[in-house]
Design a binder for this molecule. Sequence first.
Ligand SMILES: C=CC1=C(C)c2cc3[nH]c(cc4nc(cc5[nH]c(cc1n2)c(C)c5CCC(=O)O)C(CCC(=O)O)=C4C)c(C)c3C=C
Ligand code: FE2
Ligand code: FE2
Length: 345
Amino acid sequence: MKSRFSAALGVTSKVKTGVLLTNLGSPEAPTAPALRSYLREFLSDPRVVEIPRIIWLIILHGIILRVRPAKSAKLYQSIWTDNGAPLIEISKKQRDKVATRLQAEYGEDVVVELAMRYGQPSISSALQKLRQQGVENIIVLPLYPQYASPTTGSTFDAISRELTQWRWLPNIHFLSGYHTNKKYIAALANSIIEHVEQHGQPDKFVLSYHGMPEAFRQWGDPYYDKCLETTKLLVAQVNKTINISEECFLSCFQSRFGNAPWLQPYTDEVLEQLPQQGSKHIAILSPAFSADCLETLEELICENKEVFIEAGGKQYHYIAALNERDDHIDAIVDVLQPALNSACK
Ligand SMILES: C=CC1=C(C)c2cc3[nH]c(cc4nc(cc5[nH]c(cc1n2)c(C)c5CCC(=O)O)C(CCC(=O)O)=C4C)c(C)c3C=C
Ligand SMILES: [Fe+2]
Ligand SMILES: [Fe+2]
């Protein structure tokens, strides 16, 4: 039977539920012009930078967009692959694997699309693709495990903005985070345990979450607390398999931007201090990133390694983001399942 949407649009598909996976997005190319356009969109988002609009726009257009694109383009060049930006490439693999799993379980009634908050594929184009397929339900899952206003909140804004253009709205289910999901925690723990089996146990596991201005936390953003909750559950989960004391896990925050205080402790400062405190062998991972990106492949693997080694560190290992690991796909499917079950019943 055709859905009301497919009938109205004159399409023949029987598809009824669309899953929209989203992430942050990357520039189109590792060049200064592409970076300028990407950073303009990103840093103009009032959820990302919350300083008085007029002052910020003067700083952004007068200083940042003149200086930062060339600097960031160099960083992107160092991680760019033949297939483009790693974040986009990995996100496509995640989308394909999730689609295969959901179609095996729910049949052709479920389709999966991918969108990026900034850049391509855009949220607007992905939602329109879902509409053309006649979906009656849309489940949106931003792939940020820990809710934050600049990421998840901003994705909600972009979805809502596109939908203001639609006359006939589908049912929308927006999933705003999954930082305690058992399968997500299990997948992170598996990645740590596999690392220990291959490389031995480090003195410390450094859990480096993406940072944000400290003021956001004071104004009520729950991201910081959610990160620490993920750490707590992860430590408990790892300890079901290998006995590692809680003190061996440190949570910290990376990617500071601008001069205002950000969430602390800062990853680079932690790495600078660890060797002096006797921890010369560490493994670092970033539980807030569902896919490897500039912030892990360049900042954690290159920049921060240098900081640690220059401070006297000896062994620095990066544990990859969950990317398209099967247990990560299990977690994503698990997060989607309640919404899918109610949409597809
Ligand atoms: C300026 C403020 C920023 C806030 C607040 C912020 C929060 C935030 N970001 C992520 C995830 C990612 N950020 C990435 C890159 C990136 N982030 C900022 C700034 C803020 N982020 C900038 C300027 C950049 C661009 C890179 C650069 O020029 O240095 C990425 C990587 C994208 C990629 O293409 O690989 C991710 C992912 C989270 C989770 C978060 C808040 C919790
Ligand atoms: Fe960021
Ligand atoms: Fe960075």
